[in-house]
Design a protein around this ligand. Structure first.
Ligand code: 8NA
Ligand code: MG
Ligand code: MG
Ligand code: MG
Length: 312
């Protein structure tokens, strides 16, 4: 049997991939009813992931190839992300990211391409957050993880909200990964630790809203309150909530996120990463893992990254 550390690393990466792949069929839906979702779960077709997982795997490989003390090399990572988009452009990329990758491949410095995006405002999309989870496997503290997360995100998300989304998701993944799955999660303590990742910013109020919805809100109500679109401030909090509703049942966290509608692949991917990082991969349905494309490679990457984790 794999060690607890390896099971959690596999949970984190497979949570990203199956949440993304299951949610992809519903991206853009207002909300998703349980029966439609159950049909999708029963289908025998391969589960294909989208840009969320493709870029997460790029970051995971980047972290495997780089050693301390520079686990994130922005110049190299920018090219690696852009080449992945070029290799499989059909995986469903956001508008801003496509434009940046195209310019980076033609020689524009990533910082300029990122800053020019959306009329010079920079992207506040959730693309920095959707790919960030592997950072939690190499970071050594919440502060370290949030610093690396911002550096991995700024390449495509020069808008502060794009980076804060990544910082929050990375910190949540770190806390979930290092939580004891054998004890009930202290949700209030989790949120209060998480709020330090976005201290002195307006994201604190998003987390207060999450706190108010924990244990009671339906997916549709949560989406109405927190948002469910492709912008970071209106998607990462919903992913955190989906995890907190079902911290010990990754399949339920993923279902909650999908039923909330909107950017379903991305929100389910982020929620799945958090929950399965806490429980370990064995709590993800084998029926899902068996249908997942490229599963062997995902597992190998997780195993390699697990060897980088400090024993907890
Ligand atoms: P992005 O940078 O294009 O941002 C995503 C979206 O956020 C954009 O398309 C805009 O609608 C909006 N946005 C971001 N910044 C601004 C701004 N400054 N002004 C106005 N609008 C803005 O790409 P990304 O990599 O951040 O996006 C990730 C998303 O793209 C994920 O959902 C992923 O699955 C993929 N995707 C999303 C959709 C969707 O919109 N539901 C559809 C297909 C693919
Ligand atoms: Mg996607
Ligand atoms: Mg999406
Ligand atoms: Mg380490």
């Amino acid at each position: 049997a794999p060690s607890q550390t390896a099971a959690k690393a596999r949970g984190l990466l497979f949570g990203v991939a199956v949440g993304d792949a299951l949610g992809a069929a519903f991206e853009g839906a207002h909300s998703v009813d349980g029966e439609r979702l159950a049909q999708q779960e029963r289908a025998a077709t391969q589960l294909r992931y989208t840009d969320d997982t493709a870029l997460t795997l790029v970051l995971a490989r980047h972290l495997v190839d780089r050693q301390h003390p520079v686990p994130v090399d922005e110049d190299a990572l920018a090219l690696e992300l852009a080449r992945e988009w070029q290799r499989e452009p059909w995986r469903g990329y956001g508008m801003g990211s496509r434009e940046i990758f195209e310019r980076v491949l033609r020689g524009t410095p990533w910082r300029k391409a990122s800053e020019d995006c959306f009329g010079g405002e920079g992207s506040y999309g959730n693309g920095g957050a959707m790919r960030v989870a592997p950072i939690a496997l190499v970071g050594t503290s919440p502060a370290h993880v949030t610093e690396l997360a911002a550096r991995s995100a700024v390449i495509t998300h020069s808008h502060l909200h794009g980076q804060r989304g990544a910082m929050l998701q990375a910190c949540a993944a770190f806390l979930a990964l290092n939580s004891d799955g054998g004890k009930p999660l202290d949700k209030a303590a989790f949120l209060s630790q998480l709020s330090r990742a976005v201290e002195h910013t307006d994201w604190r109020s998003h987390l207060d809203q999450v706190h108010a919805l924990v244990d009671t809100a339906s997916p549709a109500f949560a989406a109405e309150r927190l948002g469910n679109d492709a912008a970071a401030p209106t998607s990462v909090p919903l992913a955190v909530l989906a995890f907190l509703q079902h911290p010990d049942q990754p399949a339920e966290a993923i279902r909650y996120a999908i039923r909330a509608g909107g950017d379903t692949d991305t929100i389910a991917s982020m929620a799945g990463a958090l929950a399965a990082a806490r429980t370990g991969v064995q709590e993800l349905p084998t029926a899902w893992l068996d249908r997942l494309e490229n599963a062997e490679h995902v597992g190998e990457l997780a195993d390699t990254l697990a060897t980088r984790m400090a024993p907890s």
